[in-house]
Design a protein around this ligand. Structure first.
Ligand SMILES: Nc1ncnc2c1ncn2[C@@H]1O[C@H](COP(=O)(O)OP(=O)(O)OP(=O)(O)O)[C@@H](O)[C@H]1O
Ligand SMILES: [Mg+2]
Length: 420
C-alpha cells in the first residue's frame, strides 16, 4: 500500500494529483487539517464487468458448467440462451479452459460471429484456429502449412506472424457464400477426424448474427452435424426472437438438434458469497452478506450490473464496503453515465420516452390496456405496442416472464430521479 496525499475534499480511495507545496511537507504531515494523508487503496479492484470472466473471477454456475462440459466432452450439440450480459461467453470460456486441463487435449474452435464482418472473416478465424488445435497430424509434417492447407478447398493466402512466426491465414474479402460454406464444411470435416481421439467442439457465440451475412449457414450446420455427430456444435445468443427463428421453433433450421441451456440470473446463494469472497480474499475490504444482498437488489438480475456496482462500491469504501459506500457508488455510476443516458433517451420519440419512464417507475397498469395508453399520452394500444417494439429493439427494455422492465438499472434510477 502506498502513502498518498489527498485534498481535504477528495473522495476516499481516489489518489489525488494534489501535492503540498515544496518545503511544506513536514508541516503538512503534522497539520492533517490542511493536507490529510491517507493510506491509498491502490490494490487491484477484485470486481470485473464488461467482458467475459474466467478463472477465479468466474463464480457459481456449477450446474450450468457441468452441463456445458458434459456436452462438449460427449459430442452433444448445445444452445446457450440468456438476456445480454448474463454470462454466456464466460460460461463457455470457463468450460473450455476446464476441458483444456484434461486429457486427451480437446480440439476447440471458438468464434464470436458478431465480431466477424463477413463470411470471409468467419472462415479466416475458423481456419486460423483449426491449424493450432492439438492433435492435427499436419503439425508433424515438415511442410505443416501446405499439409494443412491441402485439407481446405479454397486456399487461403498464408503469411508469417512477425512476432510468433506462426502462419496467418486469410481469405479474399469477396469470398462467395458457396466458397465460405465449403470452407466451413472442410473445417467441420477436419474436426470430425480429430473427434475420433479427443473432444472436438465448434463454438459459435452471438450466433444470431450469422443471418446478417450467411443466412444459409444454419441449414449447412444442420447437415454437417447430422453427417459428423462426433463434433459438439455449441451456439450461444442473446436475442431471443432471432434465436427462436434459428433454433427454437419447429420450422427453424436447427430445431431439435441441440440440448438447450437457458441461463437465468445467478441465485443469491451463489452471488452473495461470491461478492463477499472477492471483496476480502481477492481484494482487501470486507463486505457483509447484507450489503452484498443490497448490491444485488439495486443492480438487479444481470451479473454484469452487479459486478459494476460492486466494483464502484469497492473503490468508494476504505476498509469496509457498507451501505453508504453502495449508495455513493450508485450516485457515481449514474453521474458518470448521465450524458450517455441523455443521448439515448433523447433519440426516442416523446411517446417512447413516456413509456420508458412508466416502466422505470414499475407501472402496475397492464401495458396493453387503454388506461396505460392514456397514462402515457398515446392514442391507443397499437401505439403502445409500437413504442414497446422500438424500445426492445434498442435493448432498452426486456421482458422477464410477463413483465417488461428497463434493462439498465442505473438508467431506470436516472429516469425516476428528478429531471431524468
Ligand atoms: N459466472 C460469473 N461469475 C461472476 N461474474 C459473472 C459471471 N458471468 C458473468 N459475469 C459478469 O457478467 C459480465 C458479462 O459476462 P459475459 O460477457 O460472459 O456475458 P454474455 O452473456 O456473454 O454477454 P453478451 O450478451 O454481451 O455477449 C462479466 O464481465 C461479469 O461481470
Ligand atoms: Mg457474450
Amino acid at each position: 500500500m502506498a502513502l498518498g496525499w489527498l485534498a481535504p475534499h477528495a473522495e476516499p480511495g481516489v489518489r489525488s494529483v494534489f501535492r503540498p507545496p515544496p518545503g511544506r511537507r513536514t508541516v503538512a504531515r503534522r497539520k492533517s487539517a490542511s493536507y490529510c494523508a491517507i493510506v491509498c487503496t491502490m490494490d487491484p479492484n477484485p470486481f470485473h464487468f464488461g467482458s467475459p470472466v474466467t478463472g477465479d473471477r468466474f463464480g457459481g454456475r456449477i450446474l450450468e458448467l457441468s452441463t456445458v462440459l458434459s456436452c462438449m466432452a460427449n459430442h452433444i450439440n448445445l444452445v446457450v440462451l440468456s438476456p445480454r450480459r448474463y454470462g454466456k461467453t464466460s460460461l463457455l470460456e470457463q468450460a473450455e479452459s476446464v476441458l483444456r486441463e484434461r486429457q486427451p487435449l480437446p480440439a476447440i474452435l471458438h468464434v464470436n460471429v458478431l465480431r466477424c464482418a463477413d463470411l470471409s472473416e468467419l472462415a479466416t478465424k475458423l481456419v486460423g484456429q483449426l491449424y493450432q488445435v492439438p492433435g492435427g497430424t499436419w503439425r508433424r509434417a515438415q511442410t505443416a502449412v501446405s499439409e494443412f492447407v491441402r485439407r481446405i478447398r479454397v486456399h487461403p493466402t498464408v503469411t508469417a506472424d512477425l512476432v510468433t512466426g506462426l502462419p496467418v491465414f486469410a481469405f479474399a474479402p469477396q469470398l462467395t457464400e458457396s466458397d465460405g460454406s465449403g470452407i466451413v464444411e472442410d473445417v467441420y470435416g477436419v474436426l470430425a477426424d480429430l473427434a475420433k481421439k479427443r473432444p472436438a467442439v465448434l463454438v459459435l457465440d452471438e450466433f444470431q448474427d450469422v443471418m446478417e451475412y450467411a443466412p444459409r449457414l444454419p441449414l449447412l450446420l444442420k447437415g454437417l452435424s447430422d453427417s459428423y455427430p462426433d463434433v459438439s456444435l455449441v451456439v450461444a445468443g442473446s436475442r431471443h426472437h432471432l434465436m427462436e427463428k434459428l433454433i427454437l421453433t419447429r420450422e427453424s433450421p436447427l430445431f431439435g438438434m441441440a440440448q438447450k441451456l437457458a441461463l437465468g440470473p445467478m441465485p443469491d446463494e451463489e452471488m452473495v458469497p461470491y461478492l463477499q469472497e472477492r471483496a476480502s480474499r481477492h481484494g482487501k475490504k470486507r463486505m457483509s452478506a447484507i450489503v452484498a444482498r443490497k448490491i444485488i437488489e439495486i443492480a438487479g438480475p444481470t451479473p454484469n450490473d452487479i459486478q459494476h456496482l460492486a466494483r464502484e462500491a469497492y473503490d468508494v469504501a476504505v476498509d469496509v464496503i457498507d451501505m453508504a459506500s453502495v449508495d455513493t457508488a450508485v450516485g457515481r455510476i449514474i453521474a458518470s453515465q448521465a450524458q450517455l443516458f441523455d443521448v439515448q433517451v433523447g433519440s426516442l420519440t416523446s411517446g417512447q420516452q413516456r413509456v420508458l419512464r412508466a416502466l422505470a417507475r414499475g407501472s402496475s397498469t397492464s401495458l396493453y390496456s387503454s388506461a396505460f395508453a392514456k397514462s402515457v399520452g398515446l392514442a391507443g394500444q397499437q401505439s403502445v405496442r409500437r413504442a414497446i417494439e422500438r424500445l426492445e429493439m434498442n435493448e432498452l427494455i426486456t421482458r422477464t416472464r410477463s413483465d417488461w422492465h428497463v434493462v439498465d438499472p442505473f438508467l431506470a434510477r436516472w429516469l425516476c430521479a428528478e429531471g431524468g
